[in-house]
Design a protein around this ligand. Structure first.
Ligand SMILES: Cc1cc2nc3c(=O)[nH]c(=O)nc-3n(C[C@H](O)[C@H](O)[C@H](O)COP(=O)(O)OP(=O)(O)OC[C@H]3O[C@@H](n4cnc5c(N)ncnc54)[C@H](O)[C@@H]3O)c2cc1C
Length: 403
């Protein structure tokens, strides 16, 4: 077992750091933040993305013929770490592209994967519905095959980034007589079709808005409504009725990446840096043995989060199958972020409550906002309870619980 990076990999990290120092300017950051809010992309962020794309860094380990760099997964991990830490930018093709590569027809791969990598196509994920999140077997949004078109009716909820997305990766029930996971299918649906409407759902971070870098700082998610929305039959991904397997594999592929652990540990790095600073408050705190103990505990867990992600990267690189490892990571990292935000709030005492805009807020209130947001990470993208069940079955070989 060798945990160190090769000299080429270390060199790549320096190259990426230098690139970001030169090209990720304040203007690019401002336009990136505006873009996330649905205000469109400016010239600076477009030029920045074009430079990233020239280097094929958006998807370094993906096949060259679909716009990737054909490199190793470890090298991609290094690029992902640097981009997410400095810029908050998540690399890879986003929701959709990994599953399209795995299940798509040749035409679908060519149509969707390269533009997804270039950020020209952006998918949002349309799985959850009112009353059905953990147990997607309850999906009611319907797509009826009429002639050579699917006609979609129903509603999705918590559809994050729908306000910016060009397409929705949509799970629908194509067989009305089916129950549970059978009869579900995935459709690749453009967002600009007649009958499709997006309504904002504001999160706890909306007022006051979280400062840049707050890990769970999304102000907005959405509801999406479908009223007789028509798409051609070629929008089907995989087989009709095979949507559950497509979604399951897609979620697994989408779960692996440096950003997955970084969202849970980046604020740990911030609190350590803040404690080391010469501000008056940290000067009072940094010699306190309780503070030092707490920080050391947080740091040990943060290292475990990183190593768990690196194990997943290594499994992917060797083309081996995940059994429980991704689920274990999805339990440990979000629960770490809850423990860590709580520990940080104990260290900060009353300052932990002061958010962006308050004159006495610590680091623009980033720790206060993170405390508000961290808990949702234990629910979204597969809740920790469900992940524990998968660990029990796939990792430990325990029987499926009786219904
Ligand atoms: C900020 C945010 C962004 C999101 N973005 C998206 C998105 O982009 N696209 C999308 O499709 N969805 C999205 N979701 C939805 C998310 O995937 C669901 O919230 C999640 O799957 C839980 O579903 P639910 O909210 O219906 O809660 P429920 O399913 O009602 O679960 C509530 C609690 O009960 C527990 N529970 C439920 N069933 C079991 C069981 N059988 N055994 C043990 N415990 C159980 C769960 O673990 C959870 O803790 C987002 C959610 C949030 C909060």
């Amino acid at each position: 077992m060798n945990f160190s990076f090769t000299s080429e990999e270390k060199e790549l990290r320096t190259t990426v750091q230098n690139f970001l120092a030169e090209h990720y300017t304040d203007q690019v950051r401002a336009e990136y933040v505006a873009g996330r809010k649905g205000e469109g992309w400016g010239k600076a962020i477009r030029e920045f993305y074009a430079k990233v794309n020239e280097r094929r860094w958006f998807a370094w380990s993906w096949p060259v013929e679909y716009g990737g760099g054909g490199g190793t997964r470890t090298a991609q991990f290094i690029i992902e770490e640097e981009f997410f830490r400095t810029a908050g930018i998540q690399l890879g093709g986003g929701t959709g592209a990994p599953a399209i590569l795995a299940f798509g027809t040749q035409d679908q791969k060519e149509e969707f994967v390269p533009p997804s990598i270039r950020r020209e196509i952006i998918f949002c994920q349309g799985y959850s519905e009112p009353g059905c999140g953990t147990d997607l077997a309850g999906i009611r949004c319907r797509a009826q095959l009429i002639g050579d078109k699917y006609v979609i009716n129903g509603q999705k909820i918590f559809t994050t980034n729908a306000q910016n997305a060009t397409h929705i990766f949509l799970m629908v029930r194509t067989d009305p007589s089916s129950t549970r996971h059978r009869g579900l299918s995935i459709l690749l649906v453009p967002m600009n079709l007649p009958g499709l409407a997006v309504r904002p759902l504001w999160t706890i971070q909306n007022n006051p808005p979280a400062p840049f870098g707050t890990t769970y700082g999304e102000e907005r998610t959405n509801e999406v409504f479908f009223e007789n929305v028509e798409v051609p039959v070629s929008s089907l991904l995989g087989e009709e009725g095979g949507g559950w397997e497509v979604a399951r594999r897609g979620l697994n592929l989408d779960r692996v990446g440096a950003w997955r652990y970084l969202i849970s540990v980046m604020r740990d790095e911030d609190i350590v840096n803040w404690l080391k600073s010469d501000d008056p408050l940290p000067l009072l705190l940094k010699d306190d043995p309780d503070v030092r103990n707490k920080i050391a505990e947080i740091w040990v867990e943060a290292e475990v989060c990183r190593l768990m992600t690196m194990r997943s990267i290594s499994i992917e690189q060797r083309n081996e199958n995940f059994s429980y490892e991704g689920s274990a990571e999805k339990v440990f990292a979000p629960e770490h972020s809850v423990r860590s935000t709580e520990a940080i709030s104990q260290i900060l005492g009353p300052y932990a409550q002061l958010m962006q805009g308050s004159p006495a807020a610590v680091e623009k209130g980033i720790f206060a906002h993170n405390l508000l947001g961290a808990f949702q990470s234990t629910v979204n993208h597969g809740s920790v309870q469900v992940m524990r069940d998968q660990i029990a079955r796939n990792g430990l070989g325990l029987p499926r619980p009786k219904r």
